[in-house]
Design a protein around this ligand. Structure first.
Ligand SMILES: Cc1cc2nc3c(=O)[nH]c(=O)nc-3n(C[C@H](O)[C@H](O)[C@H](O)COP(=O)(O)O)c2cc1C
Length: 185
């Protein structure tokens, strides 16, 4: 897959097959993503790779899913998570950069992901024994995709919908976002 096709075909996946992802592959995703850009090259991120089924079940209790799609039922839940943390205050932009790289590294390996910002952080910090001087910034869920989805162009409405079992994801057309040289084209 070329880079453009990879970028355009990645979708948030919230239903997964239950086949485990090889641990080496999960580690590779983190290994690749650490090349992401960060302010001043500070790389203020650390990650907790959660793959033991017992801990995976704990994390599921502390994350929320897009209401249009809903939480995955038993048997379709993520098989792993990456919990992205930063020391001190949450380094949101830098951690977002890392997450973007992880999503694409996973997608390139046929692994579906969902970027999760809606987190019960106090509960998750306790479950994962994260020290008080760290912030939980994002969670990424992972698993082999078991969901149908499509992206389409829509300038007026950016609402994600579930239609006939297909997650439909509108994307704003380039004309709606692109200015050239000055704001007033
Ligand atoms: C900062 C951020 C936070 C997000 N938080 C959640 C979340 O808590 N739960 C969820 O199901 N999806 C979450 N998403 C995924 C978005 O819903 C998804 O990216 C969006 O609907 C576009 O779909 P696509 O990823 O398939 O292009 C988040 C995405 C971003 C960038």
């Amino acid at each position: 897959m070329d880079a453009d096709a990879l970028l355009k075909s990645r979708r948030s996946v919230r239903r997964y097959r239950q086949d485990p992802i090889p641990l080496a592959t999960l580690r590779e995703i983190v290994e690749v993503a650490r090349y992401a850009p960060s302010g001043g090259n500070r790389q203020p991120w650390e990650v907790i790779l959660v793959h033991e089924p017992e801990v995976v079940r704990e994390v599921f209790l502390d994350v929320a899913w897009h209401p249009a799609v809903g939480a995955p039922p038993e048997g379709k839940r993520p098989v792993a998570y990456v919990v992205v943390i930063s020391e001190g205050k949450p380094r949101v932009s830098d951690c977002a950069s890392l997450v973007t790289y992880m999503l694409l590294a996973a997608h390139a390996r046929g692994i579906g992901t969902c970027w999760i910002g809606s987190i019960k952080t106090a509960r998750l910090a306790e479950a994962l024994q994260i020290p008080d001087d760290y912030s939980i910034v994002f969670v990424v869920s992972l698993g082999y995709p078991d969901e149908r989805f499509e992206a389409y162009e829509n300038a007026a409405d950016t609402s994600v919908t579930l239609e006939g079992g297909v997650v439909r994801v509108p994307k704003r057309p380039v004309e709606a976002i692109l200015h050239e040289n000055t704001f007033r084209r």
